[in-house]
Structures are given as C-alpha cells and as structure tokens.
Write a protein of this length. Sequence first.
Length: 551
Amino acid sequence: MALRETSISAVAALAAAALLALPAHAQSNSVPGIDVALGQLGDINQVGRTGTYPNGTSAAAMSTTSCNFGSVEVPWFAPMDAEHPFISFLVTREDRSGRIFQISDRSYVKHGFFALADNQCGLGCSTPAQFGQYLGVGCSDTYGISNNSDNYYLAPPAEIDPWLGEWDPFCSLFDLGLSGSTCDGGRSYSHSQANGLGPIGNRIHLDDQDLIDGGQNAVFAYQAYYVIGQEADGVRGNNLGWSRMSADWTGTKWNLDPTTTMVHGSILESWDGATVTSASNAGDDGRVYVAVKVTGPNQGKWHYEYALHNRDNSRAISEFRVPICPSAAISGLGFRDIDDDANNQWTSSVLGGEVVFSTDANALEWNTIYNFWFDADVAPEAGTANLGEFRLGVGANQFGVPTTAPLRRIAFDLGPGCSLSGTPPTLHPHGDPGVPEIGNTNFAILAVDQAPGSVGFLYGSGTTAVVPIAPTCNAYLGGVFGVNILLYSQGLANANGRAVYPLPVPNNPSYEGVRVKLQAVVINIGGPFAGVADISSGLEIRVGSATTGCN
C-alpha cells in the first residue's frame, strides 16, 4: 500500500503513542438506549489519483447515512469537542486464489461534526432542541462522498479508542496540525493544511495493482462502520455494513460502483463459501470476526484459510492460535497483512496441539483485516481459536472465538507402498466432500504416483496385519483373501499417475465408527509383487457422520 506523507505520519505517531500508552477499560461508559445504525451505505467513487497506471494509487470515498434506532439523542459535536461519531472505511478483494483480503490502507477516520434531522430510515424523526449537535431519536444524517473525503475531518484511527468510542483532542492531529508544535486542545489543523495534502491525502488509498482483475474473476466489496461513544456491544451489529462493488479502469480513472445492496455485519461475510463467527473480550474490549474457508482434500490435505477482522478491539490482536490434532501434518503456513513491509510478518509455528501465529510489533489493529493459512492432513471440525491481546489492559490477555479447525482425523497411515520402477503409489481420502460420512456417495480414494495408464485394485479389510512381501514390500490387510480381505473398487491411472477409486459410503447407520484398512494392488509388469504389480501405501479410514476427534 502507498505510504502517507512523512509530516502526517510523524504527527500521527505522536498522537498514537499518547493513546497506546493508556490501557483499555471495561465498557463502563455504556448508556442504555443508545443505538445508532449504518442506515444506508451509498456510492463509492474515486476522488483523487496519483501516479501512472498500472502503478498508481487512487483515493476513494463512500457515502454513509446514520440512523438513530435508539431511545436517546446522541451527541454530534464538531471537533474539538470529543463527543461525536467516528466513521471508518475498508475495501476488500476476493479472487481466484479463494482468499479475501483488505486492499485499502488503514485509512483515516471521519470525525462527525453536524447531525441533520432527516427521516431516511422511516423511523419518524424527533428533531432535537439542539439541532445539529445531537442526532435525534428516529432521525438520520448523511455524509456524502465529498464530505467523507474532506481531509479537514479525517484523522488517524490510532487516536480513537473504538471500544469506548472515545477520542482525546489533546495532542491529536487536529490539535497539533502538520507542524506538531502546540498541544493545547485547540485546533491547529487548518483547511489550508488539509487542502494541501495532494490528490489522495488522508482518504482511502487503493493501488492499481489491487484493483486490476488480471483474469482473476475478482470480487470487490466496501464497508463503513460507525463508532459511537457509550453504545453497548450488543447493539453494534448494525453499525457496520458492506456492499459488493465493481472496479473498471476507463483509461483515465477507476469507475467504482456498488453492485449489491448493503448488508449489515462484517465485510468478511461477503466471502463466498466462508463461515464467519465473532467474539469480544468479555465486557473488557471489542469484537473480532474470524472467517474460515476450508477446501480439499487435495492428495489427503485440506487447505485452511482464515481472515481476521478487528472491528473495535482497542488492545489489538498479536496472537492467533488454531487448535489441531497433535498428530496432524501441517505445511504451507502463510500470512498477509496490509502493508508492503517484509520485515514485520507474523511468525508461524506448530506447538503441540496448536498452529500459532504471532507478532511482537505488527498487531491486528481495529478496522483491519489480516490473513492466515495452512494445509493439514486432518479434516475440519468445530473448535475454538484463541486470540491474544497485544497491549496490556483491563480483562483477560486472550479470548476464544468459535471456528473450524483440523480436529477430525478420518485417515491414518499404515505404512508405505513399494515399486521397483518408480515412486510407490500413495492412497488419500478424496471426493466432495472427501469425508467418509454415512450416505456420502461421492467419497473415494485417490492414488497418486500410480504408473500412468495402469489399472489398480483396491482391497479392504476390517483388521490390520503387517505381512512382508519379498523383496521389500508389506501388506497391511489382515485376514484371508476372499474372506476377510475383499475387493472394494478399481481405478485407472491418468497420464499424471492419478487414479480415483470410488468408495461410496452406504446410507446405513450400522457403518458408524467402522474402521476399514485399504491397500491397492496396481498392475505394473516388473513390479515387486509377483513381478507384475506395485503395492500402494496402507490407509485406514474411519467411517461415520458422528465420529469426531483425533483418534
């Protein structure tokens, strides 16, 4: 993402340092009856640009309408009074990679300054006595694109405690101005300073490279979130909402247009096929959304893709711990944040029964999305991930979020196969879904590294035995052929050496919990088995829909 002007960054750092030195507090300021919603999410437009396509950066802004669904009037004073709403913005992309990720920078936040008394949500507006300084019960207020892109009212998100909805004007950007010389609570940040920031300024930054489709069938979405002081967590679900949008380059600018109506909730809910959950740190800090999308199995491995959206957790998140089966084979761990700094990536490791992602500097701050992913040879099951808080404060240092994790072991390796002419064939669970649940007619076994064009025969048994077969092979099926060891399926390998053995699971509850041992005999002249066949690896499958856990 493009970096901001140095002078602004320096001022923002001073303001952020003052805020981050203070611990978060429990939501002691919650006032019953306060419930301000994002009533409408309007258009999003490009409002400025710098650089040359396809390596330029555009500024964007969106229109937002707030509505007072509560029973009390809500303060809407202009800065430098601290009592007013704050509006944050975010833009995402989902493409053929199957990942949703934030493409906007951690954009500056709009400070509200005057409340209209319209009735756009049809609630019946009761105009307050102090018109403009309060949002009346049932009333609405709209900030258009030009208003939400006005640099004079945009300031760093680090100055705001999103959990309490509080902002200290002293030593803020508005107080210090661009010179940063006077910290007295008066406004030094002037219209001329704001107007001199250039074509993109402190608005939402979108890089060309993130908007170009490039044949990826990209899907874009944008979101706004109203931070309201003294509003309880339980009624904040309608404060944020998202819409999908298109992004088309005209040759001179980006046309950004909504393609769906607004949906309340985290923008992660726009991620096709994902499951989104959330939790807060009890009553001590704000909410984080966790989205997960699991695909596979692919050669016995499931791909776990997570996206974390910090809505309003002021202490920020510095640790993401995903439970796994202790025996799980984990590979392909990855991380993505919203900057281009290769030196601040989160570390990843496998510690006992967890995959742990962590950082000591680059925390997931509010109004930000980070991505985490890995592959596992264990199927998905409901579990609880733990989020660790970055800064000290009131309340626990970590909290759990329900999600999906590799906690259902359905396949167990019995040992390797053998081949004298190449790599021995290996068996893996396969299908859509690739889990041997009761009635799953699509379940199958995939053999890889089978001799191209060869025919294989999949045998199964209810018991295990390790029987040596000269010169270096083992059979893993116990019993007698034709009695205990039966032919289950056969498969023909393609040119890539992959063969699928259909293994539909009957819709019969009596199969619940049954364990089947499998091994394939592949006709390959010159193979180690009787000079005419290769032997695959052995694989044990645990059948069932109610069967859970790692054993």
